[in-house]
Ligand binder design. Structure first.
Ligand code: FAS
Ligand code: PHB
Length: 389
């Protein structure tokens, strides 16, 4: 079997890259380890930057988002009950779209099916070969048989636990990491969201986030110690803790109900450089992880895909490899911008076990600066709604 671009991973990165390349006349094959149902059962991101919205529309996968997505032109920040608003539109003229990653992935699978793209779900034992040659290939098992896929280029879109990053020799990789001493316990409940706009709430009990998916689907989080397990948290315990971390006027109107999904996600900042080795190019979580505080993870995957797609179209249309040679540096420049923003939001809004009085004053001062300074609000709004690609 042969194709032009072999894509490892059928999450948002892999599917969007496949969709954009096929629309540009470039052949792809997507190899996804899990079943389609399993991929679509994941509950993850909820906020799309302006650039992500535009690229999904360009890919022909934005129609349902434009009907069901909810544009947001601001968010709320709270510190021990005192709440204020960041007006994105007034500060930088941009908005975000509230639309779950699960829906984005469904729309991408639908768009791929509509153009007859080649996706192997439940492709196992994927292995990359001759990556640093001009004739790379991939082997994998599917339908009880072994397969070989020859290609020009391999896109590693297989997430943090995938094999692509590990296929780059450790001696050639430089990894940067910060593990945070807490996680996010998240629940989904078929209840009316307590807020029209997201509330990022800092409290001495820990961080909480009130988000949503639609007028009858709430997405809420509380910071929990890394030692906590999801079975330690009954729904009642979650609602009690969540209510205690919200401003009183918000907590008073909280509608609770049974959780339909409950999970704990660890928080880390991670970057692996470079994002390219030979004919292998990494996109999304395969190369970097951000704490979800800045709502950047999914959106960074999209900007990587944008850069790689541009470079591949240039190569196939003109023969020039300049874009491919510049891909890693270009993608990493935006990755580190988002890494800084996500780290700063996480540091400002969470309770750290090692924090003392000085650190607490720094958090209060950061939040006060956002309340008082138009320049500070503009910087936050530009980062939250997404720096230009
Ligand atoms: P993904 O991990 O989504 O997709 C990689 C795909 O590759 C998967 O389908 C996997 O099955 C497949 N794969 C892995 N190994 C393979 C192999 N060897 N062979 C073939 N296929 C293989 N981001 C936010 O912005 N906000 C959030 O609130 C948020 N919450 C998150 C919660 C959790 C628990 C996690 C893990 C991530 C969260 N993220 C969040 C980040 C998340 O949304 C990612 O940024 C996004 O999924 C990145 O997409 P991909 O790069 O496609 O990686
Ligand atoms: C979500 O709705 O899941 C969400 C929103 C904003 C974040 C993180 C998660 O920063």
């Amino acid at each position: 079997m042969r194709t032009q671009v072999a894509i490892i991973g059928g999450g948002p990165s892999g599917l969007l890259l496949s969709q954009l390349l096929n629309r540009a006349g470039i052949a792809t094959v997507v190899l996804e380890r899990r079943s389609r149902d399993y991929v679509l059962s994941r509950i993850r991101a909820g906020i799309l930057e302006t650039g992500t919205v535009d690229l999904l529309r360009e890919a022909g996968a934005g129609a349902r988002m434009d009907v069901e997505g909810i544009p947001h032109d601001g968010c709320l920040l709270a510190d021990n009950g005192e709440m204020f608003r960041i007006d994105f539109d007034a500060a930088c003229g941009r908005k975000v779209m509230v639309y779950g990653q699960t829906e984005v992935t469904q729309d991408l699978y639908d768009a791929q099916d509509a153009i007859g793209a080649t996706i192997f779900n439940e492709a196992t034992d994927v292995a990359l070969h001759d990556v640093d040659s001009d004739a790379p290939h991939v082997t994998f098992r599917h339908g009880g048989a072994d397969h070989r896929l020859d290609c020009d280029v391999i896109a590693g879109c297989d997430g943090f636990h995938g094999i692509s990053r590990q296929s780059i020799p450790a001696a050639l990789r430089q990894e940067f990491e910060r593990i945070y001493p807490f996680g996010w316990l998240g629940i989904l409940s078929r209840t009316p969201p307590v807020t029209d706009e997201l509330i990022y709430a800092r409290s001495d009990r820990g961080f909480a986030l009130a988000s949503l998916r639609n007028p009858m689907l709430s997405r809420y989080y509380v910071q929990v110690p890394l030692t906590d397990r999801v079975e330690d948290w009954s729904d009642e315990a979650f609602w009690t803790e969540f209510r205690a971390r919200l401003p009183a006027e918000v907590a008073a109107r909280l509608v609770t109900g049974p959780s339909i999904e409950k999970s704990i996600a660890p928080l880390r900042s991670f970057v692996s450089e470079p994002m390219r080795w030979g004919r292998l190019f990494l996109c999304g979580d395969a190369a970097h992880i951000v704490p979800p505080t800045g709502a950047k993870g999914l959106n960074l995957a999209v900007s990587d895909v944008h850069y790689l797609c541009e470079a591949l179209i240039q190569r196939y249309r003109t023969g020039s490899e300049a874009g491919l040679d510049g891909y890693s540096a270009r993608a990493l420049a935006r990755v580190w911008q988002a890494m800084r923003f996500s780290w700063s939001m996480t540091t400002m809004m969470h309770s750290f076990p090692e924090h003392g009085g000085f650190d607490r004053r720094m958090q209060q001062t950061e939040l006060a600066l956002l309340q008082r300074s138009e320049a500070a609000r503009r910087l936050m709004a530009e980062n939250y709604t997404g720096m230009p690609f």
